[in-house]
Design a protein around this ligand. Structure first.
Ligand code: C5P
Length: 202
């Protein structure tokens, strides 16, 4: 039986961490849809036309170890504003969302465009400072040399572009439950999300 958990929100709010934890808890499959746009953006930086890049994505493109750098993040957000790129990635995401056995998808437009019929919709946020702090720790922990200011600027630019674009902008679905993780630990945020999903399962 299909059961979809849609998680949307701005960059580095904790969507991926919560998504992975929910998938593990409920035994659902998880898709970080940002990776599709990051891999497309990375291929564009390598010289490919972005629409062509989105149409010909391969599983190994999602495993490159530099997909989270600010350069690739910016490229992802630029290709994500191209309607034909979004269209190329749509069917795969929709099929994933309704696969048997349950699915968790995190991104920007999961509850609004990819799967408006999702049984649970979460809109995860955190303050700008907290999001920059978390992403900076994540990147430097992986050995990337970036400053806190550079990370903060990347998040600001992307949120502005992602919210302003005409196609599938970042915004909460009308029936999304808002979850502000600014002052929560990972465990607290995960517990809260599990409680919301459990309540929806009836
Ligand atoms: O979630 P993440 O930060 O990895 O996403 C990278 C970029 O991909 C975002 O800034 C956004 O432009 C784009 N994206 C999107 N729709 C999604 C997921 C990501 O437009 N569902």
């Amino acid at each position: 039986m299909a059961f979809t958990i849609a998680i949307d929100g701005p960059a580095a709010a904790g969507k991926g961490t919560i998504g992975r934890a929910l998938a593990a808890h409920f035994g659902f499959a998880h898709l970080d849809t940002g990776l599709l746009y990051r891999a497309t953006g990375r291929r564009m930086l390598g010289g490919l036309d972005p629409i062509e890049a989105a149409h010909s994505l391969r599983p190994e493109d999602l495993e490159a170890d530099d997909l989270r750098t600010p350069d690739v993040s910016q490229a992802a957000s630029r290709v994500a504003a191209i309607p034909e790129v979004r269209q190329a990635l749509l069917d795969f995401q929709r099929a994933f969302a309704r696969r048997a056995g349950g699915a968790v998808l995190d991104g920007r437009d999961i509850g609004t465009v990819i799967c408006p019929e999702a049984e649970v919709k979460l809109f995860v946020t955190a303050s700008d400072a907290e999001r920059a702090r978390r992403r900076h720790i994540e990147l430097t922990g992986k050995g990337h040399e970036v400053t806190l200011d550079e990370v903060a600027q990347d998040l600001r630019d992307r949120d502005a572009r992602d919210s302003a674009r005409a196609t599938a902008p970042l915004k909460p679905a009308e029936d999304a439950v808002q979850l502000d993780t600014s002052s929560m630990t990972i465990e607290e945020a995960t517990e809260r999300a599990i409680a919301i999903v459990t309540a929806a399962q009836g």
